[in-house]
Write a protein that binds this ligand. Structure first.
Ligand SMILES: *Cc1c(COP(=O)(O)O)cnc(C)c1O
Length: 375
């Protein structure tokens, strides 16, 4: 039996034609026509003014923080329940992350806790320089109250939509709710460039500045002239070729992941002690990964028992993200709340959810979980 992965790359078949075109034109370099086209096509898809293609989603978050002037000793609010790449760039800038707990209905940043933290910051006379808000597992955060709370204190939002390309909130695409938004095209995401990211904004000057910083901050001059510290963060023309072909099947990929979620629900929902990550009525999720919550007492086995039983059958499953406020590397960082995300980590399991997961392989996964429940 072949190994079943959590989320593996899923090519459309159109990638190699576009890569060949890049080779034929010898655009085997960072930048090039595929990069420009990928930026235009992605911006058009999500309905945002401008986009800069970058080497990773992490690079996009780092540049977003630079563009907002986040610097040494600043504070930046961040969802606690997320991948570490949401928070690491805060530390690259010498700033301090302040983590905000999740709400049970979306698993995303709790708008009430965010508002509380902002009030407390205002009282102390030190507002955060930015807030990084994640759309977790493809479920949009509750943008209305989050934007209202941040606008009240003039705190700009970076939307980490790495897992939510193709998701929406009240009919508007995720990635467009902050001053800046970011996407990831890592190999395990909804679509992939084998590695890459995108920074988007309606503010043209910010995106132009991002492109400048991402290409070593070269001032206009015949020689190499620099008035700022730059980065080598641009996407290659080859990777952009892959991305364009992937963008063409994005809606199919989201539909496939949603169908996988549906099949898990049909296959497991009758089991006592199994619950699914909710989908908020106002936000259509990508269902990047199907996440279940295991109530050990009711189910008769723990989250970890299920994970190990799947691993024994060469099926990859992973616990829900361990919250940032529980990570050793962020020890000592301030956190508001924390029990909700800690509980989701303790009971939550991500099941194989790649858009190329076959019905047969998914049946194997469902079978293992059902077998344990009868033990
Ligand atoms: C994958 C991911 C990132 C980082 O993207 P990379 O392209 O891997 O650098 C950031 N935030 C979240 C929530 C992610 O899932």
């Amino acid at each position: 039996m072949p190994r079943v992965y959590l989320s593996s790359p899923h090519m459309s078949g159109a990638e190699q034609g576009l890569i060949r075109q890049a080779f034929d034109e010898n655009w085997v370099a960072p930048l090039g026509p595929h990069v420009d086209a990928f930026e235009r096509e992605l911006a058009h898809y999500v309905g945002v003014g401008h986009a800069a293609a970058l080497s990773a989603g992490t690079a996009a978050i780092h540049l977003a923080l630079r563009l907002l002037g986040v610097d040494r000793d600043d504070e930046v609010l961040c969802s606690s329940l997320t991948f570490s790449a949401s928070a690491n760039p805060i530390v690259y800038q010498g700033a301090a992350p302040v983590f905000i707990d999740a709400e049970p209905s979306t698993w995303n940043m709790d708008p009430a806790l965010l508002a509380e933290e902002l009030e407390a910051c205002a009282k102390r006379g030190k507002l955060p320089k930015a807030a990084i808000v994640v759309d977790l597992y493809g479920q949009s955060a509750d943008w209305e109250p989050i934007r209202t709370a941040c606008a009240r204190h003039d705190v700009p939002i970076i939307e980490d939509a790495a897992e939510a390309l193709g998701a929406d909130y009240r009919g508007k695409k995720c990635g467009t709710f902050g001053k800046l938004g970011i996407f990831s095209f890592n190999g395990n995401k909804i679509i992939t460039t084998s590695g890459g990211g995108m920074l988007v904004s309606d503010d043209q000057s910010l995106v132009e500045r991002a492109r400048f910083l991402a290409t070593q901050a070269r001032d206009p001059a015949p020689h190499y002239e620099h008035s700022a510290i730059g980065f080598n963060y641009r996407l290659s023309n080859i990777c952009a070729a892959i991305g364009r072909a992937q963008l063409g099947v994005l809606d199919e990929r989201v539909a496939a992941r949603r169908a996988i979620f549906q099949r898990y629900r049909e296959g497991l929902a009758d089991l006592p002690g199994i619950a699914f990550m909710p989908e908020a009525p106002w936000g259509r999720s990508t269902r990047w990964l199907t996440c279940i919550l295991v109530d050990e007492a009711a189910f008769g086995a723990s989250r970890e028992d299920i994970r190990l039983a799947l691993a024994a059958q060469d099926i990859e499953a992973r616990p829900v993200w361990k919250p940032m406020h529980q990570q050793p590397v962020f020890r000592g960082c301030r956190v508001r709340g924390g029990a909700v995300s800690a509980g989701l980590f303790e009971r939550g399991l991500c099941l194989p959810s790649g858009s190329n997961l076959s019905v047969d392989d998914q049946a194997r996964v469902i079978d293992v979980v059902r077998t344990i429940s009868r033990r």
